[in-house]
Design a protein around this ligand. Structure first.
Ligand code: FAD
Length: 350
């Protein structure tokens, strides 16, 4: 009889893991994938392109329903796992259903951080993490609407670009003295600022957010130095944090993320973790490539190849703003004649 393997989270890491596992060990495990989002897994990286109207929703699906069915994988959508019982080796879902496991894989990803400032709980203060967020922005992004985007990292810039492209009047507010300060030096950041402004986004650097103003709904942002800007909605893109509470509640070792060793095993030998929810050798990755590398290694290990080990990953990413390409160590794009170097770590995690 096949062993029961439960995967919590149906995001990019989980999907790649199941794919890799099925290529090696079809039939060895009876696999159940439980996802909190009410749909099959999709390419989260393409949410920016979806917002900018450059791809349609159908294009971002990772695997069609038939792919999962064809491999005998049970998917449960729209249900969060609310607890893990390690002693009895079972998980409980929000609807009360329970599933037993002999092996458990946590792939719960990250959650967007909201600034701890007054007004952040008002209606129309949004984040940029999933399809629901994109749907909310799309409902509000009519021509002439005003939006404030907080955060001048990759996500903030991509959100601002997508909104501006739809005719929204966008002001991007950034605490630091340059955009993407973790990745870019001053010269590169200044070039990027010019390029983004050319897309119709107003950029305020060195500016802190004091509060979101409005009673029931957003009317604007109050900023440092007595300044304020009007806004019909706000997008908070100030960073992400590993979704590790479930693991913490189950008594697994958790620092910033769920602690895993080179075999992607947590502090419980029957429980594994991969993707953005993990912390490996003190690193928390906020990018998809390390998650994909982990997915392959874990699939190999659970298929019996114990020589497979994760030793860490390189970090490279690109900014998805058409005509402005920031990738790995250089900026390329129409506004620039040269490719200034990018200094830094390429990581966009808090
Ligand atoms: C707009 C945007 C643009 C991006 N662009 C890039 C890019 O250009 N390059 C790059 O490398 N990365 C990019 N990323 C990051 C990339 O999407 C992530 O690195 C990747 O999705 C991580 O995969 P994951 O499976 O670990 O997490 P996720 O894809 O977030 O999947 C985790 C899933 O687990 C679910 N979940 C959480 N808790 C539970 C629970 N208790 N029960 C059931 N389900 C649960 C969540 O709902 C989610 O669906 C971008 C992200 C965003 C939001």
């Amino acid at each position: 009889m096949s062993e029961s393997l439960v995967v919590i989270g149906n995001g990019m890491a989980a999907t790649r893991f199941v794919d890799e596992l099925m290529q090696r060990s079809l039939g060895r495990y009876s696999v159940i994938v439980i996802g909190a989002e009410s749909r099959l897994s999709y390419n989260r990286v393409l949410l920016s392109s979806l917002l900018a109207g450059e791809v349609g929703e159908a294009a971002i699906e990772l695997k069609p329903r038939g792919w999962w069915n064809g491999r005998g994988v049970t998917t449960v959508d729209g249900q969060a796992v609310v607890s893990i019982d390690r002693r009895n080796q079972s998980v409980t879902l929000a609807n009360g259903l329970c599933f037993g496991f002999s092996k458990l894989v946590l792939a719960t990803g990250s959650q967007p951080v909201r600034l701890p400032k007054p007004g952040m709980d008002l209606q129309n203060v949004l984040t940029f993490r999933d399809l629901t967020d994109v749907a909310a922005m799309r409902r509000l992004m009519r021509k002439g609407a005003r939006a404030a985007v907080i955060g001048g990292g990759l996500l903030g810039l991509e959100a601002a670009y997508g909104l501006a492209k739809a005719g929204v009047k966008v002001t991007l507010v950034h605490l630091m003295d340059r955009l993407m300060e973790r990745q870019l030096d001053h010269r590169a950041a200044a070039l990027l600022k010019t390029a983004i402004e050319a897309k119709g986004v107003e950029i305020l650097l060195d500016t802190d957010t004091k509060r979101v103003s409005g009673k029931d709904h957003v009317t604007g942002l109050e900023l440092s130095r007595g300044r304020s800007i009007p806004a019909d909605f706000v997008v908070c893109a100030v960073g992400i944090r590993p979704q590790a509470q479930l693991a913490r509640d189950a008594g697994l070792a958790v620092n910033r993320g769920i602690v895993v060793d080179d075999g992607l095993t947590t502090s419980d030998p029957n429980i594994f973790a991969l993707g953005e929810c993990t912390e490996h050798r003190s690193n928390v990755y906020g990018l998809v490539e390390p998650a994909y590398e982990q997915a392959k290694i874990l699939a190999r290990r659970l298929s019996g190849d114990h020589s497979a080990l994760f030793a860490g990953s390189t970090l490279a990413t690109n900014l998805k703003v058409s005509g402005v390409i920031v990738f790995g160590g250089a900026i390329y794009g129409k506004p620039f004649e040269r490719c200034p170097p990018i200094r830094g770590r390429g990581r966009w995690c808090l």
